[in-house]
Design a protein around this ligand. Sequence first.
Ligand code: DMJ
Length: 638
Amino acid sequence: LLSTLSSFPQSNMTTPALLPLSGRRIPTLSPGAASFPHHRATLRLSEKFILLLILSAFITLCFGAFFFLPDNSKHKLSHSAPSPPDHKPQRGRDLMEEEESLRDKIRVDHERALQEAKEKLRKSRDELRAEIQTEKSKVVEDLKKKKEVPKPLPPVPMPKVVGVNDGDPVEPDVKEKRDKIREMMKHAWDSYRQYGWGHNELKPLAKKGHSTNIFGNSQMGATIVDALDSLYMMGLHDEFKDGQEWIEQNLDFSVNAEVSVFEVNIRFIGGLLAAYYLSGQEVFKVKAVQLAEKLLPAFNTPTGIPWAMVNLKSGVGRNWGWASAGSSILAEFGTLHMEFVHLTYLTGNPAYYQKVMHIRKLLAKMDRPNGLYPNYLNPRTGRWGQHHTSVGGLGDSFYEYLLKAWLMSDKTDTEARKTYDDAIEAIERHLIRKSNGGLTFIGEWKNGHLERKMGHLTCFAGGMFALGADGSPDAKAGHYLQLGAEIAHTCHESYDRTVLKLGPEAFKFDSGLEAVAVRQNEKYYILRPEVIETYWYMWRFTHDPKYRQWGWEAAQAIDKYCRVSGGFSGVKDVYSSNPTYDDVQQSFFLAETLKYLYLLFSSDDLMPLESWVFNTEAHPLPVLHLANLTLPGSQAQR
Ligand code: DMJ
């Protein structure tokens, strides 16, 4: 085109003020052209007209090529996957039609977006605000509508539920003590109700809600769920109903929160299942199952050993940063069995049962250093982490659940019983010692060395030994009951040797020191239940009055030193007559500490141990008479 244009004499040419793109516009002439004679002007005009025609044809061609030729990616596609020769013309037509409709769609979309943007810009700030608000409310409404309608679960025979409304003691002084414990429960509950309702826990001094990393950033009313069965047993039915209502209306697990699988299992699933069995209210069962579904992705690891934490919304799991070599924790993945067996029993879904049985099988195949189970196991490699063994923190409830699996199965799960017996035998050989002063203690095993330190958490083992005495091998029942009594005595000493008569978090048996904490950061008491738990089991098996006496000492100390106007708080130093508070009312104080105290001052027909097994958070689950039943997914069924 440029060469064509340059062949015309430049002086004869006028530049069109407007280039005709559509051919509808007429070129205007420059003022100079108007002074030429008419015929010359006519001649020039026709030349110009031709030129303009050529130019406009060229521009139209370029424009068409830009928009209508197939793009590069399409070329590539057709090179890499040529159609069979006889389909070529048809395929070409199809491609063109496809492109055409795609272009139309893009054009329409762009036009709509442009139009919307224009309209938005025309609106005032208030109009825009109102619009955003309407959108927001619509999303909330949609979410509400989407909330799962609880699916009815398959009916299963309800296990025999006995002794849930009994327990009135005959002796007036015992009754008085029991009433006092109920009053303490009411103070803890009412304070939470008033200041922390819906939050996981309570700050009784600041008088506001509280939560820790085990619940992620959720607000799932942990105290409500954990306290329900205690309220029920204590006959606090209005409070129970209040809690039930909150759960019906607010407890939602579709939250973007990374929670501890273990804690959520023992407190929430255990608490909801116990509330279901005690009250028969379907809502608790449905919520327990909904939550359990959210925990299942935690088991998606190369070994099937679950992650310590899982995000309830995304299902992504991971382990605690502090755990040895990315390990999962024995006391965490080993404390799921009771709840998961019940879930399979109630739903008919074999997944829960299979998950926990898989863990058991995997552990059975592993080498155990000195017959001991290390606290750490890597879920990717299936190998142990550091060789630390503990009957306290990180190990404790793994052993507890082996024994309780056997009890809960109406003593038919003999594999669990055997595993428990073997583990306890190794623990006795390597971890249990007598101090110079004659106190039996359970130390911590660290890479072949025994640390002569016992934790408050370890004190639960006294009750466990007593509970496992019946059924122990080689007629050693008497021995284990005695061992339970010795641990109870040692733990009582750890309370008695303090100023506040409350036990420290950990205590030593070293260099002349016995049952006392040495380090400042081990002197706190956070309303833990383990020592009182052991008193209660020992009371049930021996009826020795000293256990009620010791329990009452602890209850009085808690009421005197931990009670504040806004609830109950932990204390930072049990050796100080003027302790400072930690300002946390733990949910396990209502679930466990107060429940075990209440049971201690009740008669044995409240929650008889032949019919109920308490999970590690003191939530009672009924014994399943599995001899007459087959769990879906079990060997017998396969
Ligand atoms: C409770 O949450 C459970 O008892 C758990 O097994 C370990 N300890 C706390 C209370 O101390």
